[in-house]
Design a protein around this ligand. Structure first.
Ligand code: DX5
Ligand code: ZN
Length: 223
């Protein structure tokens, strides 16, 4: 089985030197770069959009995993693709036409992701199974880094794995992931882990490498 992907969330990085931070986690051995886009509307917080993503695209060849916590994702899908996003994930809660939005993401040549807040049922996935490349399971309420993992999502991940059947769809888990919480979500079927605070602590490439390795070690026997 493929190794679990580790996706550091730049939300926990030093935004004053974002390109260097991305290069540091690249050299520290991450798989994807998780980009938390927040609009101050769907979630209370604000971060960045396509111009910032474009400005750091040349810092790494790693997959850019864009998590759009925005109320109207359809308006800017092409801008995120042009800025360099490889995966574009939208929230089911804000998509009136989820089937169409996911199809548009694929038409742009990106992998299409759908994210579910902790309270959101996985039922909608039944109807978009052939449109989706990734399910992003929120294990905190989105908007902020450094929150505590919500354990009820573990059973939800197992249910999502059942819904997906044998399809080649990643299940990525986001929020409160540490070496302590990661094993249960991987055992339930997660194939990718977002980690912000747990990766960007220590402030150096060496620390980031140790932090990423600690998560990898914690999950290596869980799949
Ligand atoms: C929360 C974001 C997460 C966040 C995770 O709204 O989607 O990606 O940065 O941060 P940690 O790993 O610190 O919970
Ligand atoms: Zn995220």
């Amino acid at each position: 089985m493929a190794e679990v992907k580790i996706a550091p969330s730049v939300l926990a990085s030093n935004f004053g030197k974002l390109a260097e931070e991305i290069q540091a986690v690249d050299q520290a051995g991450c798989d994807w770069i998780h980009l938390d886009v927040m609009d101050g509307h769907f979630v209370p917080n604000l971060t960045f959009g396509p111009p910032i993503i474009q400005s750091v695209r040349s810092a790494t060849d790693k997959v850019f995993d864009a998590h759009l916590m925005v109320s109207n994702p359809d308006r800017l899908l092409e801008a995120y693709q042009k800025a360099g996003a490889d995966i574009i994930t939208v929230h089911a809660e804000v998509c009136d036409h989820l089937d169409r939005t996911l199809a548009q993401i694929r038409e742009l040549g990106c992998r299409a992701g759908v994210s579910l807040n902790p309270h959101t049922s996985e039922d909608c996935l039944h109807y978009v199974l052939d449109r989706v490349d990734l399910v992003l399971v929120m294990s905190v309420n989105p908007g902020f880094g450094g929150q505590s993992f919500i354990p009820t999502v573990v059973d939800k991940i197992a249910r999502i794995r059942d819904v997906l059947g044998g399809r080649d769809v990643d299940i990525e888990v986001d929020g409160g992931i540490t070496p302590e919480t990661a094993p249960s979500v991987v055992a339930a079927g997660a194939t990718a882990l977002v980690a912000g605070s747990a990766v960007f602590k220590g402030g150096s490439i060496e620390a980031y490498r140790d932090n990423i390795q600690a998560i990898r070690n914690a999950v290596k026997d869980q799949r």
